[in-house]
Design a protein around this ligand. Structure first.
Ligand code: TYD
Length: 144
């Protein structure tokens, strides 16, 4: 939360065009069209063992779209005040995650692939990996 503003309100599902075809479907993502930032990096999680959890951090400035390119998983979002869970299971939509939101990815199905499109190159200093530090930041922002 920043002031009276719940950051989680910004997080939403984003749908990509889907060209259906009896030979197989096709979706696409274009800069400045389907997503609200310039893509600087793409990474993907795969071979996730059953029961594993990924994420477990927030970002100070990074914006992200998470897509279940294959299989399914849950994304739990938490802005320090409100928590919300999204089930991703199709490759023609993704979840936009704004800065300042704690995220956990869990319940991965076998052979799932979690694709992330992000707004910056990798920078460890953009991460908040300690939940207590994250919560304290939320309280500090909220009290301003
Ligand atoms: P992390 O972002 O914590 O993974 P996740 O949130 O998806 O569970 O990253 C795990 C490790 O990989 C960490 O040591 C940083 C490194 N890493 C990179 O070097 N480049 C990247 O683009 C990403 C996403 C992670």
């Amino acid at each position: 939360m920043v002031g009276d503003f719940l950051v989680l309100d910004d997080c939403r599902l984003v749908y990509f065009p889907k060209i259906t075809d009896f030979r197989g479907n096709l979706s696409f993502i274009e800069e400045n069209s389907q997503i609200p930032f310039q893509i600087k990096r793409v990474y993907y999680l795969y071979d996730v063992p059953s029961g594993a959890t990924r994420g477990g951090h927030a970002h100070k400035g990074l914006q992200q779209i998470i897509i279940a390119l294959s299989g399914s998983f849950d994304v739990l979002l938490d802005d320090g005040v409100t928590k919300r869970s999204f089930f991703l299971n199709r490759p023609h939509y993704g979840l936009y995650v704004s800065p300042g939101v704690w995220r956990e990815l869990e319940n991965f199905s076998s052979n799932s692939v979690a694709l992330s499109l992000v707004s910056a190159v990798y920078d460890e200093s953009d991460y908040i990996r300690d939940y207590e530090v994250f919560k304290k930041g939320v309280i500090d922002y909220g009290s301003k």
